[in-house]
Design a protein around this ligand. Structure first.
Ligand SMILES: C[S@@+](CC[C@H](N)C(=O)[O-])C[C@H]1O[C@@H](n2cnc3c(N)ncnc32)[C@H](O)[C@@H]1O
Length: 433
């Protein structure tokens, strides 16, 4: 397929207005250096944790095929840099996005990257299927998101995994109010319209629902990001129940949230409210829906989904039975532990720095810290709990370990390699070296 073509008129089914918008205001802001990103992903444990987030039950490999659907200006190049042994394909219907990606490809000599100017709706024309599909910040801009998701499912291998990110409604209330404001006044996505809008936002009254987003979103001051949020010609959002319906209609099944602590009644302040145990008795989907309403601030949902005909064992992590003893915990990147200003009885507090909710920290006591310190990315939980714990421990070691490792997992502190071996180490070739 030619990388220069096709032209505008050859995009039946794709929204011309949206493409024109991204040609003028490419997103994210074009960058010319990926050095920081390259350094970050040179760490093998980071790549391994990322891999097992998608496939807990698969052996680690780096040569998978990846489609970045609606890749924008840099996402496909980043993935090609992150996974040098993988074959990465980026598609986007905006010529500007394709050009920016091609520049990065040349600059970083990314021979494992192919880039096509192609609408998602026509992705089957690539004539190939993928182990992994990443589609973030795109489907909610399509005229028919269901058609887009089904097209992507059509090129996902049966045992593949998809990272899907779509907008969430409640935290975006202020954005939708300002979108409506702009519509009523006929404000367009032009340089002048954006400049005037930035000036007006400086006078937004305190307490306006947009205020926290303006304060906390680092790239909101940047024109393309502001246009992307407030002047987008087409954008919709999915509440948790709407997202689950969307996934099901697309012939897919929900695997997990990319970050799951914000969605569960087991973590943070929600675990302490009087309704917490009532919430925990609900089916998982309803728990997530209730927590979304209670938190009220979510602006996006990032989920990992699989085909609904995924062959063999699904990629579930569970703690009933005793299979969990064979799980190999792998620390997630961007986590840290602190030992200052600790709550009573805590030996440390675990934090995942990518959480935006400040209440999602996990205090651990001294017995739990022994277990935590023993996580090396190679040993299974079974091996770890064979180490003696302080005799003052009242609960049985196994009960303690089960609930601790489950909590670590809910708190996004670890992912698991769900080793098929019942107990014991995974092979040295598999683990972190
Ligand atoms: C908000 S940007 C997200 C970019 C990238 N996925 C990221 O997360 O950084 C949306 C991108 O999707 C592209 N896009 C929107 N609708 C599309 C469609 N129907 N087919 C292909 N690309 C599309 C736009 O051109 C734009 O580059």
């Amino acid at each position: 397929m030619s990388q220069e073509e096709p032209h505008h008129s050859t995009f039946p089914g794709a929204a011309e207005e949206v493409r024109d918008f991204y040609d003028r205001y490419p997103y994210p802001r074009p960058i010319d250096s990926l050095e920081k990103y390259r350094r970050l992903w040179q760490e093998r444990p980071r790549r391994r944790a990322d891999y097992h987030l998608f496939w807990p039950a698969r052996s680690y490999r780096e040569d998978h095929s990846i489609l970045i659907a609606g890749c924008g200006t840099s996402q496909a190049a980043k993935h090609a840099l992150r996974w040098p042994a993988a074959q990465v394909t980026g598609i986007d219907f905006s010529a500007t996005s394709v050009r920016c990606t091609e520049e990065l490809k040349r600059k970083y000599d990314l021979s494992n990257l192919k880039i096509h100017q192609l609408p998602i709706e026509r992705v089957s024309e690539l004539g190939t299927t993928f182990d992994q599909i990443v589609c973030t910040g795109v489907l909610h801009h399509l005229a028919d998101p269901d058609a887009g998701l089904k097209a992507l499912r059509g090129v996902l291998k049966p045992d593949g995994a998809m990272h899907l990110m779509v907008y969430a409604p409640y935290g975006r209330t202020g954005i939708y109010m300002l979108q409506e404001f702009c519509r009523r006044l006929g404000i367009q996505a032009t340089d002048e319209g954006i400049r005037d809008l930035i000036a007006a936002l400086g006078s937004l009254p305190p307490g306006h629902p947009l205020e926290p987003l303006l304060r906390e979103s680092p790239d909101f001051g940047h024109e393309a990001a502001l246009a992307d949020a407030l002047l987008h010609p087409q954008d919709r959002a999915y509440s948790v129940p709407q997202l689950f319906d969307f996934i099901k209609r697309g012939g897919l099944t929900f695997g997990r949230w990319v970050k799951q602590a914000p969605y569960t009644p087991h973590c943070g302040v929600i675990a302490k409210i009087p309704q917490a145990s009532r919430m925990s008795q609900l089916p998982l989907e309803e728990q997530y829906a209730a927590v979304e309403l209670f938190r009220g601030t979510m602006v996006r949902h990032s989920a990992i989904v699989y085909r609904n005909d995924f062959p063999g064992e699904p990629q579930w992590v569970g703690f009933s039975g005793d299979a969990w003893l064979g799980y190999v915990p792998i620390r997630m990147s961007d986590t840290l532990w602190v030992q200052e200003r600790l709550p009573g009885g805590a030996a440390a507090v675990l934090i995942n720095q990518t959480h935006t909710d400040r209440d999602l920290f996990m205090p651990i006591d001294s017995s739990e810290k022994c277990l935590f310190d023993a996580i090396d990315g190679n040993r299974s939980i079974g091996d770890i709990v064979e180490r003696p714990l302080p005799s003052s421990q009242r609960k049985s070691q196994l009960d303690l370990a089960r609930s601790f490792f489950e909590r670590l997992w809910w708190y996004d502190q670890v992912v698991f390699h769900v080793s098929l071996q019942p107990r014991g180490n995974i092979s040295p070739a598999e683990g972190d070296r």
